[in-house]
Ligand binder design. Sequence first.
Ligand SMILES: Nc1ncnc2c1ncn2[C@@H]1O[C@H](COP(=O)(O)OP(=O)(O)O)[C@@H](O)[C@H]1O
Ligand SMILES: [Mg+2]
Length: 343
Amino acid sequence: MITTSGLTKVYRSRGREVTALDGVDLHVREGEVYGVIGQSGAGKSSLIRCVNLLERPTAGTVSVDGHDLTALAGRGPRAGRELRRARSRIGMVFQHFNLLSSRTVQDNVELPLEILGTSGKERSRKALELLDLVGLSDKAKAYPAQLSGGQKQRVGIARALAGDPKVLLSDEATSALDPETTRSILQLLRDLNRQLGLTVLLITHEMDVVKSICDSAALMENGRIVESGTVSELLATPGSELAAALFPVGGDASGDDRTVIDVTFQGDAATRPVISQLSRTYNIDISILGAAMDTVAGRQVGRMRIELPGVYEENVVPIGFLREQGLQIDVVGERELVKDGAK
Ligand SMILES: Nc1ncnc2c1ncn2[C@@H]1O[C@H](COP(=O)(O)OP(=O)(O)O)[C@@H](O)[C@H]1O
Ligand SMILES: [Mg+2]
């Protein structure tokens, strides 16, 4: 639904150049909620502004719902009209809501429809329908200053839906909200995604946002996507930073001659007694150093950090046994060992 390829953005100001996007290849499938997470300055906002051409990419292409937006940008009045039409099908939600304070809630939602040239009666019908959808039908005549942060963001979402978009872009939509309001706004985005089949691309610096509503996620650093995939794929990827952050488990080895591994359970593996089988089959004592169960992207996932007696070489067979059971196994510190061995 959204594809960027080689997307690059270089800002030039006062002789200085900042490469905010450095060849980003992103692929968001129709109907999914896709989260891009990264620290401040990673290039997340630049990415989302380039996706709807609010910002003109320096290089690369953006296509949304089969339209190559980059090909339309800056190619004369006819292409300009097409670009505007394509953009009206992309809704955008902002961190600071960007509502007009002099307009009522309803008039804020009607604004994009005015720009599209929709008739007054139709605008009003549509705005009220959307306010109902976001749970604000009683606030149509209120002004933004009379609303809470969560209500303002609901207005922002209703306005973003005015052009019947297929895609909703959200730049830190919940970052200015308290945790409870954040949950309710995320739930609303999830409901809209399900009810309307809306594809959602959201940008966040909060792992909890990814954890609670994203089907897929990408990690951005220094203008690049360094990891991406569906949440289940990420959880099944050895050494994935995103997986570790989505699902942290702690615990240190109790001695040098021990092997520490993280075991990730997904789906039906979560309910099988694999640890006791392991212990019985190989007659070894297993200590649990840390464990957590959680729902990630609507699936039950468990992760356990366990310690086996003996160094890694002595545990190759039991670890193989766990992998044969379809479990994701990360040997803690193994990568460092491999690196040392390569020296
Ligand atoms: N309009 C701009 N002009 C110059 N530099 C910018 C502009 N917008 C963003 N940047 C720079 O680009 C980099 C990425 O910024 P941004 O996309 O806002 O990241 P994020 O949203 O992840 O915090 C930062 O170094 C930022 O200072
Ligand atoms: Mg930003």
